[in-house]
Write a protein that binds this ligand. Structure first.
Ligand code: AMP
Ligand code: MG
Length: 394
């Protein structure tokens, strides 16, 4: 069978998922908007600040009245923050004012309390101020109708803070891609059930759901099918009704009981080897209009497949930043089979990255040890210690 390169298969996955780059928006409460992608500008419905107010605790005065100092003025009252029924400033007088309180009519500057002494209903101003000093003008932060947060922003606390300051309760963000995970294998049982001889716990469901969620997806279903095409078809029907992408694990290789391949190949799916290790057998299909990515079942192969084929496109769809290309210095030799790109589990050390010895695709605890996958190009048979290698950080 014609073996695709990793890059060819990655391009095919990206192409299949491309329509999802245009997911519609949905309105979410601000508290649920953290980490979400903003596809369009949000304009401010009000001026920020919304009214002219004081930047300091001090005295609101007319600057003309304090040009020669010291000067003593009568204090006509106090304006606290939140006061809505404002007194006007009497000519030649002062109003005590708190930070954030509205500037009274007739005042044009604030004298900070540090530059005054007060006694018997009078304030002595020790330093003159000009028009506008310590006055925050309405709209000086952002004007009504102007962009508050711009399109393309991944919302963080500072962005939702700006939206909250403008009185917004919800924001239109790009909908997360909805992912359904189907694991296959009659030998699998869910954790919580005692194992019979020959049975193993399903770890790929948890692995894939966590991987997709960590990269901005909304995992709407994690289901399991026995190696039975009728059961598999029923699950695909259910998942295709709600998900934007379906991901399957297992049942794609060359043995008997390859339920994913048996179900999807007759419907036009592409199944075949990719020149990589682990993770060689891969499938790509469309079921009821929904893209289906089919990964091999060995736990390491499944996770390597996610890292190599799904992580980047799903991040782009979710609006998360692209992952930077990274390299590290190899601390021990790697030998690799020719003709296949090898992904070797590696752990960060002070000097670079240390490759893991065992390469079995079933070594799920060994994968938990790793910090990254070291990518060894297909044409290399040996990569010596000291060389800079490309890595995928897990
Ligand atoms: P398969 O790709 O279906 O031939 O599975 C390859 C190996 O991975 C077999 O040893 C399976 O038991 C194991 N395997 C398949 N699916 C899972 C899963 N969801 N969790 C843990 N191991 C699995
Ligand atoms: Mg299987």
């Amino acid at each position: 069978m014609n073996r695709r390169s990793v890059d060819q298969h990655a391009a095919a996955v990206a192409e299949l998922l491309r329509p999802l780059l245009e997911l519609p928006t949905e309105s979410v409460p601000l508290r649920a908007a953290l980490g979400r992608f903003l596809p369009t500008d949000v304009v401010s419905p009000i001026d920020l600040p919304n009214f002219q107010n004081s930047q300091m605790d001090g005295y609101a005065v007319e600057s003309a009245a304090i040009q020669s100092v010291p000067v003593t003025l009568p204090v006509a009252g106090v304006i606290a923050a939140g006061l809505t029924d404002l007194p006007a400033l009497p000519r030649g007088g002062a109003l005590k004012i708190m930070t954030g309180a509205p500037i009274p009519a007739g005042a044009d500057c604030i004298v900070p309390v540090e530059d005054t002494t007060a006694a018997d209903g009078m304030v002595t101003v020790l330093r003159s101020r000009r028009t506008g000093e310590f006055v925050r003008n309405a709209g000086s932060d952002v004007q009504k109708g102007r962009p508050l947060v711009t399109a393309g922003t991944l919302l963080g606390a500072r962005h939702v803070a700006a939206l909250a300051a403008a009185g917004l309760t919800e924001v239109a963000v790009r909908r997360r891609p909805r992912v359904a995970v189907i694991t296959t294998g009659t030998e699998l049982v869910a954790a919580g059930t005692p194992l019979l001889p020959g049975q193993i716990y399903d770890s790929n469901g948890t692995a894939l759901a966590s991987s997709f969620e960590a990269n901005g997806a909304d995992v709407v279903r994690v289901a399991h099918s026995d190696d039975d095409t009728a059961a598999m078809t029923a699950l695909l029907d259910e998942c295709a009704a709600t998900a934007d992408v379906i991901v399957t694990s297992g049942g794609v290789s060359m043995g008997d009981f390859e339920v994913v391949k048996e179900t999807l190949l007759p419907l036009g799916g592409h199944f075949g080897p990719v020149a990589m290790q682990p993770g060689g057998p891969q499938g790509l299909s469309v079921y009821n209009g929904v893209p289906v990515l089919s990964f091999p079942g060995n736990p390491v192969s499944t996770l390597v497949s996610f890292e190599v084929f799904a992580r980047r496109p799903i991040r782009a769809i979710s609006g998360l930043p692209a992952l930077p290309r990274q390299t590290r210095t190899l601390t021990a030799d790697i030998s690799s089979v020719p003709g296949k790109r090898q992904f070797v589990r590696g752990k960060f050390t002070e000097n670079g990255i240390e490759p893991m010895r065992g390469t079995g695709s079933h070594l799920v605890a060994g994968l938990a040890w790793a910090d990254a996958l070291i990518s060894v190009p297909a044409e290399h048979t040996v990569v010596p210690a000291g060389v800079d290698v490309e890595i995928l950080v897990l």
